[in-house]
Ligand binder design. Sequence first.
Ligand code: SF4
Length: 427
Amino acid sequence: MNAPAAAPARGCADAPVLKQRGQHEVFCGLTGIVWLHRKMQDAFFLVVGSRTCAHLLQSAAGVMIFAEPRFGTAVMEEKDLAGLADANEELDREVARLLARRPDIRQLFLVGSCPSEVIKLDLSRAAERLSRQHAPHVRVLNYSGSGIETTFTQGEDACLAAMVPILPETDAKELMVVGALPDVVEDQLVGMLREMGVPVTLLPARRRDETPGVGPDTRVLLAQPFLGDTAGALERRGATRLPAPFPFGEEGTTAWLRAAAAEFGVPEEIFDRVTAAPRARARKAVARVAESLSGKSLFLFPDSQLEIPLARFLARECGMVPVEIGTPFLHRGIMEPELRLIPEGPTISEGQDVDLQLDRCREARPDITVCGLGLANPLEAEGMTTKWAIELVFTPVHGYEQAADLAGLFARPLARKAKLAGLEAAR
Ligand code: SF4
């Protein structure tokens, strides 16, 4: 069950969207630092925040605290307005100390957070001031990872969007792949594009020296679905975004590569030569896992903005039946190629009113529910099978070679549940 059927005429592209604005349960944008600091090897993320922010980062980043980390928190608590001048001086001192100790740092991000003490600080002015002070060795930028303004993947969007204004101007016709991917995945996808003869740049680049240029002949291909602000900022600098499904599963990866190949005039036989073997491997590997997923129902709470591409992969390549596909924010322009592929039927919901959504989920009793950590435990206690959405962001899941691993992330909780049920029955 994994050679995807022909695309439905419009699929869910015209489906009505249930919009909800109520209490929502997701991590804040600081979480993105966990993968961004691994990607940008000469960057440092200095969270200007509270002890809560420091704790979140340390627990989310887990093992990283054993290494000399490339993120930290400048704790700004118990400051009133009168203390603002002091807060700026304190920040300058903190940054000077950090940069003196770590000459390897070439880019510094000041990351804003929720506490009112931090909101009162003008971090963009602080970034400008510090950039002047530490130029040219270090460039200082700022963005907000505050839970008031961002859900967890929006932190990456805010970070990349903050980089767009400083990208150099270029006239070259190049493909800019946008979105932080694990190095192994990036090497595979970019390797195939280069093999086809497509000139590729990356945002974010691994090192500051590799910062890509942008201009009227830049073609942008998003590798992550949650980068609407970054895409908009690049378009304002003259770039053109190539509409495409995202590189999840064999079908998504092929369509994503094909969008670039078509734009850069890659002949069909070269496209086939480069993709045929990994496509065949991905199909075969997904088919094995899909056996246990086929026919199972699926409910996705809004969390990472990966929900729509994931539902497309799980429905079309694994035979699952999405009941509800929630997304924190629906960017129609970016999601259209995905929505077209999803067979009609599921409720598409945007935003969240968590109690109402829990009611819908309980009523549907899906075979598997994808949700944040906070909802997973209570739902498991009610006998439902859950998958933590955050794992999807921390695990390499894009591209051909990871397609079966992606399916496996959903098959495993179902297998565990079946095993437990078996043990229960044998008692
Ligand atoms: S929600 Fe706000 S206070 Fe809490 S960790 Fe995130 S940025 Fe810090």
